[in-house]
Structure formats: structure tokens, C-alpha cells
Design a protein around this ligand. Structure first.
Ligand code: SF4
Length: 543
């Protein structure tokens, strides 16, 4: 098959905060050094920011490093944080911790409430202004390597295949984009980064990555909460699940609410979407949302493992930045500033490496070295054992985290982690979650929420959720785990058919997918491979 080939100096896969910060910084360095660099940024979303989802309260440190006059240049700050508190919820009431009684990670005065979608759009415009080529609507499907194993670019996904994989009349083969340097900035559980990690063993000798699922809704209320930032702990989570909620007040009477739940709880019947809906039925949440209406819905996984769960950052011909590498401070619930900083540090290492014909690992190693000398490393090093502690039980994690915080992160040791999927208990169908009825006003079923995510996909295309061994679903999974995919997917993509001529089996409603990547991580046998569809996905405007 004839494929078009495009050659560039640098290819960035993923237009999130990390990839765009990389491109902006590299373009500037290129100009300073009179180095003409062709930099291309691709993103699978049809418009920049459409697949970008976060809370989000931003520590502005990295933005101000890249744009010291960010506010004057119109950086889209929705509100500055004016009031913050931690709500500790019991079934019926709450205890509010504020001021000095509010734990330090939940204090946000001086931080900015942003929409990640708006932030990404703004960064994409800035990148274009620096001469970077930015193309939304192109998804990387395969990593290209030369005979030595060096990464030499990416093949984009074929367009116009039918659901059996046969070419339709509109068929167009994906393009080979060859680059001297490829930067993987795909965000959480990037599908190309996953291929690369496996091929190059980039996680060897490290803790496995562990994730959380964040389920978010944007609401319009009859009153304004602008500038208010509340986090919640406790109900409806028991001690087995690490997580909590957020309430961020936006302008125009809007509020971002969401619930984050770690994925290492071991319960195959756990339903992330239903837990978030249950959280909204707490009397204080009910009162807060009274008279309001749902505007948007979304879900996303979050890499929580910390410093010891980060990938190797560079190799021959490639760099990994942002969430794809695991830049996330779980204790602070913040990663955007770290993602941006990783992009900037990667660009500083890439500029001299690009002066040579090939970008080899030894030239790109400066990225990891400069990370180790940066504030990003210092911040992550202080909390390097934070998340692992909670895997040993809530009480242990809480006490260890408190002591370590008092000692400024000096508690010694390197705690281990078990991957999320390895922790499931074999409880079979007995673990189906308690049914929750949805009233359509305060609580919504998955399909209503999927509609609010704006997601859509062409139906007649190969399924982008590849179950590599479907027999396992019926032969083992039903009996061992009760088919957890029907519970963990926050978008009702997986349905378990009990009856019918064909007997029990899996139905995959791929067009509902909101690209959260939960299934790729949470499947107990690791047989779900999330690959890029030929287009579509959620539309996270304003999120
Ligand atoms: Fe998320 Fe997978 Fe469901 Fe898509 S199919 S919404 S990636 S869990």
C-alpha cells in the first residue's frame, strides 16, 4: 500500500500542556540559536482541547516561567482562588476544615481555576505564533522505528475502513511522519507510549504505574461560587478506596464538580460513575446543586504512582513528557504545572541534540538530568512514597503521609506498589454494585452523561477497543471477576449479554467511548487494548 511520507525535524504527538509547552520552548530556543526547526504537533481531537479534561486548579508556576506576562497576554484564568476548605463527609453531615486546620495540600490561595480545554486552545495559538505547525484531527496509530530500534516517527491512523477492517470508498491510508525526534505527549495511558514502554522496557526496575479515575460534571447553578475551591474526603468512599471530590467555582454561575477514585481497590464490581453520582446525593452536595443543571460530563484516568512509577524519559529518537511519563503530584492533586515543566525541560535538552543529524539517547539524557535539578523533581521527591502508603491501608497511608509531611518528605525508604489490575479479588458475579436509581435532575445514568460529554464516533469503522482474547471473557472472567468491564467503564461501552441465541457474551458500544482509558488499565487480564479510532471522541468545551 502506497503511503504518503512527511519529513519534519520534530514530531510532537499530543497537544496537551506538556506537548505544547515543549513545542513553544523549542521553537524559541531554535530562533535564539538560529536553528531552523520544522516542528509539527498532532492531536487526535478534532479541535484543540476537545479531549483535554481536568478539574482544574492550576499552580501557575510553570505558566509564568514560559509566559512571565501570561495574565497580560490573555491566559484564560477563570477565577483566582479566594476561599478554600476541606469537607470531611459522613453519611449525613460534614466537618469543615479551613484556614490553618485545612491540610496544606488542599490550600489553594493564589492558584488559578482554569478550564484545561481553554488553556490548551490558548497554548496552541501561542505555539502557532512561534511558527509551530499544529494539526488537530490526526491520531498516531503506530510507532515507526529504524533497523537499530531508534524511533523515527509515527504512522497516523488509516481513514475510511469499515467495521471489518475493509477499505471503504473513502479510504485513505495513514501517513508516515518521519522525524529526527519524536516527543510522546499523549496524556494519560497514551496508546503509542504504551507500545513504546513495552518494546523498550521503559518501566523495568520501577514501580508499576497506578491510576485513579476522575469523573467530572460541569453544572450551571442559580448562584455564584466563583473563586471557591472545596475538596471533599470520606463518604461515599470507605477506607478501601483512596480518593475524594472537588468543587471549583467558575464565572457565570458555573461549577466544576468531580470525584477521583484510585483504581487499586481490588473490587471488581466497583462502578466509578455510580460512586460519583452517589456522592452528589450527600445533603451538602444536594443543597449546593439545588436548582442547577448539568452542562457537560467527562472522565479521565490520572497517573498517581509518583516519582518511582515514572517511565524512563528518553531513548534513541524519542522523549516522553507529561502524564504519559507520570508527571503528577497526587498529594496536591495537581499535574498541569509538572506537565508543562517537563515539556520545557525536554525542549532544553532537545535543542542541542537536534544540532546533530540523529538524536541519540546519550544526547537526550540531559532531559532526565535537568529534571533531577529542577523544582519539579524537588516537588515530586518530597512525596515519592505518598501513594504507596495508601496501598498498605488507609490508616497506615494517612499516618505515614502526615509524618512525612511534617518531616518535609525526609522519611527514608522506597515503598513498592502493586499494579491496579493485580489487586482484584476473585469474587465473581457476587460483586455487582448496589443499584442506584438516577432521578435525571441530580443524578444521571451513564447514557445521559455520555450524551453530555458530546462524544461521537463513526459507527462503521474498526472497533477501537480491541479485546485480544475474547474467550477469556466467558471462560474465566465471568466466574472469577463477574466481568468488571460492565461496571468500571464510565460510559456504558461494555455490556454483558446474559441471554440470547449466541449465549452470554460481551457487547461493545464503542461509539460511547469518552477516551478515559480506564478499560485499558483496569481489565484484570490486560486483554483490552485501547487503540486510536479514526476520529471523534468527546467534546470537552469549557471543561
Ligand atoms: Fe473509558 Fe474504555 Fe469506557 Fe472508553 S471504553 S469510556 S476508554 S473505559
Amino acid at each position: 500500500m502506497e503511503r504518503e511520507t512527511l519529513e519534519v525535524d520534530v514530531l510532537v504527538v499530543g497537544a496537551g500542556p506538556a506537548g505544547l509547552s515543549f513545542a513553544i520552548q523549542l521553537a524559541r530556543l531554535g530562533k535564539e540559536q538560529n536553528q531552523e526547526l520544522g516542528i509539527l504537533v498532532l492531536d487526535k481531537a478534532e479541535e484543540f482541547g476537545h479531549h483535554s479534561l481536568s478539574g482544574a486548579v492550576l499552580d501557575p508556576k510553570a505558566v509564568l516561567e514560559l509566559f512571565p506576562q501570561a495574565r497580560e497576554e490573555g491566559f484564560p484564568v477563570q477565577a483566582e482562588v479566594e476561599d478554600d476548605a476541606l469537607w470531611i463527609l459522613s453519611r449525613q453531615g460534614k466537618h469543615e476544615a479551613r484556614g490553618l486546620f485545612c491540610p496544606e495540600p488542599f490550600r489553594n490561595h493564589g492558584n488559578w481555576i482554569v478550564s484545561l480545554n481553554e488553556t490548551v486552545k490558548w497554548l496552541a495559538e501561542k505555539a502557532e505564533a512561534e511558527g509551530v505547525e499544529v494539526y488537530p484531527g490526526f491520531a498516531g496509530a503506530e510507532v515507526l522505528q529504524d533497523e537499530s530500534g531508534a524511533v523515527i516517527g509515527v504512522r497516523t491512523v488509516d481513514q475510511g475502513r469499515d467495521k471489518n477492517g475493509e477499505p471503504k470508498s473513502t479510504f485513505q491510508p495513514g501517513m508516515d511522519i518521519q522525524a529526527r525526534l519524536t516527543v510522546f505527549a499523549e496524556g494519560t495511558r497514551g496508546s503509542l507510549t504504551k507500545q513504546l514502554i513495552a518494546k523498550k522496557k521503559l518501566m523495568d526496575d520501577r514501580n508499576p504505574q497506578v491510576w485513579a479515575v476522575g469523573v467530572k460534571e460541569l453544572w450551571e447553578l442559580p448562584k455564584s461560587l466563583e473563586g471557591k475551591v472545596y475538596h471533599t474526603a470520606g463518604w461515599p468512599l470507605g477506607k478501601a478506596v483512596y480518593g475524594g471530590g472537588w468543587i471549583y467555582g467558575l464565572p457565570n454561575n458555573q461549577v466544576s464538580i468531580g470525584f477521583v477514585m484510585a483504581m487499586d481497590h481490588g473490587d471488581p464490581g466497583f462502578d466509578y460513575h455510580a460512586t460519583m453520582q452517589r456522592w452528589k446525593t450527600h445533603p451538602n452536595m444536594r443543597e449546593l446543586l439545588e436548582g442547577g443543571k448539568l452542562i457537560r460530563y467527562g472522565a479521565k484516568t490520572i497517573p498517581e504512582g509518583g516519582l518511582f512509577s515514572m517511565t524512563k524519559l528518553a531513548g534513541d529518537g524519542f522523549l516522553i513528557v507529561g502524564d504519559s511519563a507520570g508527571f503528577m503530584n497526587t498529594r496536591r492533586l495537581k499535574g498541569i504545572h509538572l506537565a508543562m515543566k517537563s515539556g520545557m525541560l525536554a525542549a532544553q535538552a532537545a535543542a542541542p541534540a537536534l544540532a546533530k543529524e540523529k538524536c541519540l539517547e546519550q544526547d537526550l539524557a540531559a532531559y532526565e538530568q535537568s529534571f533531577r535539578q529542577s523544582w519539579a523533581y524537588e516537588e515530586l521527591h518530597k512525596v515519592r512514597n505518598f501513594r504507596q502508603g495508601f496501598q498498605k491501608g488507609f490508616t497506615y497511608g494517612f499516618l505515614r503521609a502526615g509524618l512525612d509531611m511534617m518531616l518535609g518528605g525526609r522519611l527514608p525508604g522506597r515503598l513498592k506498589l502493586q499494579s491496579d489490575h493485580a489487586r482484584y479479588r476473585k469474587t465473581g458475579a457476587a460483586t455487582a454494585p448496589t443499584a442506584l436509581s438516577f432521578d435525571g435532575k441530580l443524578t444521571f445514568d451513564k447514557l445521559t452523561d455520555v450524551y453530555a460529554s458530546g462524544t461521537q464516533h463513526e459507527e462503521n469503522q474498526p472497533c477501537h477497543l480491541v479485546v485480544t482474547d475474547p474467550n477469556l471473557c466467558t471462560e474465566r472472567c465471568t466466574e472469577e471477576y463477574g466481568n468488571p468491564c460492565q461496571h468500571f467503564c464510565p460510559a456504558a461501552v461494555y455490556e454483558w449479554r446474559q441471554e440470547g441465541e449466541e449465549g452470554p457474551g460481551l457487547i461493545i458500544n464503542a461509539s460511547n467511548c469518552v477516551h478515559c482509558k480506564t478499560c485499558d488499565i483496569a481489565d484484570p487480564y490486560q486483554i483490552i487494548d485501547w487503540v486510536v479510532p479514526e476520529g471523534g471522541g468527546p467534546v470537552y468545551t469549557g471543561m
